[in-house]
Write a protein that binds this ligand. Sequence first.
Ligand code: NI
Length: 171
Amino acid sequence: MALRTIVKDGDPILKKVCRPVTKFDDRLATLLDDMQDTLVDADGLGLAGPQVGMMRRIFICLDDRNRPEDAPADYKDTFIEFINPEIEYLSDETVELYEGCLSFPGHNGAITRSKKVKVKAQDRNGNWFELEAENMLARCIQHENDHLNGVTIMDRATHFYEDDYPEDTED
Ligand code: NI
């Protein structure tokens, strides 16, 4: 298990456009394993390459599709790896929800996203696959794909609230 440092707010790397992955080798596999360890350790839902300092078109998302609602504390989550992803379809039907990001701790932004998404991507061996997702996984894919284009919740959100809202809000 190896944890990578998560890049935080203010780092210019979060505003850059990532390059495609061209080598599907052991180095890529190690990066993906480390990203998963890092994501689990941070208790997040998704993580993109630039968030661990890698300017490559790569992200992972927690796969909640078969997760039981009353999952035990030691439930082993699974993750989906997307390499060189291409969004092929975004539904006109949208949902607005508050959304956080491991690179912007303490910020939750209201963001409208498509309810359903269809994405094409490569796996860690370079094989192409297509995936249709909805709800949380669809939101995660759109959020992480944004990271590959230098776009974050700070650009997308219409408004924000802080973690301790509403108890300690004084307005
Ligand atoms: Ni993020």
